[in-house]
Design a protein around this ligand. Structure first.
Ligand code: UD1
Length: 420
């Protein structure tokens, strides 16, 4: 088991290159199963979720070649199996995309019930509703999901809740379906658009991704021989923007999409940061203690729940008292108990939390309760006085490429230590 040891406080300073988006990558990889050919994907984040996905795809018959650490070719001409390994698929969330992809291509699939970060209940009823509307039979029992169909036929599907996963999954299942599928009330996150762009590059006919209605005209076949570049990671970019605010630093993010970060930019300006935006870079400079702010997490283009713990660190040391309302996940404040060990004054009220800003955090042993909480605790460790040991960092490795190296280049005193 590795841990991160951080000595603070440090004002972070310099440039960081943002990797490809984790949440796009874990959808694009299964999407290749719909292609009858070879695709090249670059700007792929080198993270453990991607490696696990590649391993699963190989077990289904795909041939994967690593060209560089951030580029692969995937040959999906011979898919030999539609039953994904149960143990591996039940360990992470995005394995549910195998349902849409394999159902779309082979009309049959079996996967383990998806796991992932423990953020409270994570139902998949909207995914199932979409598959059934397209004509599939879906059975959930004994820790696995089985879905099959004679044929899939396009229809109109209204999502009762705005769901990233269900929107992408229904898109995947309907690309090769007969006729037209319309998804009403879809999610609009950048990675929804990225998956649609990827599929369109391969010959799909998807219109309206990123808007209130997505129309998918089914096509006979998706072709390969295309190269696709994963969209820059909105959440990794936001993490470093908030790291600049928390540490009163000066960080320039390269390879990001500034408009994907509009709501974070607006919020940190409200908190006293200076933000300079260029075509594909953003500079965040904060030369004073951040001001209090109230946050409500919302689907895109609202403030992302996946940046809630990171902004929570900023608010824990802000000037004044702030409130965060979490409207997406029921257990997303577990990290506040860890921050309180570091001297923060946060009251977790379930759906909301009250942050009474303290002058400084004190280095302590803390545990990453999930992926984004782990990133937040790195930021907390960099701002804190003294030594922070951060455990359970395998959560962080799932979604951030080379995170300690990126923080170190910005001046952080951070070391990965291997412990038996
Ligand atoms: C994705 C992201 C995750 C992020 C979340 C919200 C991936 C791999 N993960 O998760 O990092 O935190 O979006 O931005 O991209 N819901 C239902 N029924 C469903 C599906 C969802 O009620 O069938 C509810 C959920 O309980 C939650 C809300 O809808 O309250 C949003 O969930 P969803 O957007 O589906 O999250 P994920 O796709 O699992």
């Amino acid at each position: 088991m590795d841990k991160l040891v951080i000595h603070g406080p440090t004002k972070l300073n310099g440039e960081v290159i943002i990797s490809g988006a984790k949440n796009a990558a874990v959808a694009l990889l299964p999407a290749t199963l719909l292609v009858d050919g070879i695709c090249t994907i670059n700007n792929l984040p080198n993270i453990s979720d991607v490696k696990i996905y590649c391993d699963i795809l190989e077990q289904l018959g795909a041939k994967i070649t690593w060209v560089t650490k951030n580029e692969i070719t995937i040959d999906t001409r011979n898919i030999t199996c539609t039953e994904a390994p149960l143990e591996q698929t039940s360990k992470f969330r995005a394995s549910y995309y195998l349902i849409g992809s394999l159902l779309g291509r082979c009309k049959h699939v079996q996967v383990g019930l998806p796991g992932g970060c423990n953020l409270g209940a994570r139902p998949i009823d909207q995914h199932i509703k979409g598959f059934e509307a397209l004509g599939a039979t879906v059975d959930v029992s004994q820790g696995k999901i089985t879905a099959y169909a004679d044929e899939l036929v396009g229809t109109s599907i209204y999502m009762d809740v705005v769901s990233v996963g269900a929107t992408i999954n229904v898109m995947l299942a309907s690309v090769l379906a007969k006729g037209t599928t319309v998804i009403e009330n879809p999610a609009k996150e950048p990675h929804i658009v990225d998956v649609a762009n990827f599929l369109n590059t391969m010959g799909a006919d998807i219109r309206g991704a990123g808007t209130d209605s997505i129309k998918i005209n089914g096509v006979e076949k998706l072709h390969g021989n295309c190269t696709y570049s994963v969209v820059p990671d909105q959440i990794e970019a936001g993490t470093f923007m908030l790291a600049a605010v928390a540490t009163q630093g000066d960080i320039t993010l390269k390879n990001c999409v500034p408009e994907h970060l509009d709501c974070i930019t607006a919020k940190i300006i409200e908190m006293g940061a200076n933000v300079t935006i260029d075509r594909d870079s953003i500079r965040v400079c904060c030369n004073k203690r951040p001001e209090k702010a109230n946050i409500k997490t919302l689907p895109y283009p609202g403030f992302p729940t996946d940046l809630q713990p990171q902004i929570g660190v900023c608010l824990s040391i802000a000037n004044g008292t702030s409130i965060i309302n979490e409207s997406i996940w029921e257990s997303r404040f577990q990290y506040t108990a860890e921050l309180n060990k570091m001297g923060a004054k946060i009251i977790d009220q379930g759906k909301s939390a009250v942050f009474e800003g303290v002058d400084t955090l004190i280095g302590s042993p803390v545990y990453a309760t999930d992926l984004r909480a782990g990133a937040a605790l790195i930021i907390a460790g960099v701002t804190a006085n003294g030594e922070t040991s951060l455990y359970n960092i395998e959560h962080i490795d799932r979604g951030y490429e080379n995170i300690e190296e990126k923080f170190r280049k910005l001046g952080a005193n951070i070391t990965r230590v291997h412990e038996d």
